[in-house]
Write a protein that binds this ligand. Structure first.
Ligand code: SF4
Ligand code: F3S
Length: 104
């Protein structure tokens, strides 16, 4: 499966949603996640994300996001169409430690 990490927070460009063949993205207030049981590992979303927030779960840095994506994909609504990025998305893309700063 692929996962979304905290680089998505307060960016939400949603280019990923447009290309996913199985519509397995779920939308929280500040970020998206992928449902790990629905993702078919096609990989097409990874290069579409301007924030580089999408990784295969085989990446060492992805490990801590697997359960996070599972947990929230079961709580948040499905998103299947691109929407406007969040205000200041381009500025927020440069911020580090977004999970600690913004996720609540
Ligand atoms: Fe969707 Fe493919 Fe990305 Fe999985 S890897 S979330 S199936 S586009
Ligand atoms: Fe987030 Fe990147 Fe998709 S910023 S909404 S994972 S295109």
């Amino acid at each position: 499966t692929y996962i979304v990490n905290d680089l998505c927070i307060k960016c939400k460009y949603t280019d990923c949603v447009e290309v996913c063949p199985v519509d397995c993205f779920y939308e929280g207030e500040n970020m998206l996640v992928i449902h790990p049981d629905e993702c078919i590992d096609c990989g097409v979303c990874e290069p579409e994300c301007p924030a580089e927030a999408i990784l295969p779960d085989t990446e060492p840095s992805a490990e801590k996001w697997i359960e996070f994506n599972r947990e929230y994909s079961e709580q948040w609504p499905n998103i299947t169409r691109k929407i406007d990025a969040m205000p200041d998305a381009d500025e927020m893309q440069k911020v580090e430690g977004k999970f600690e700063k913004f996720f609540s």
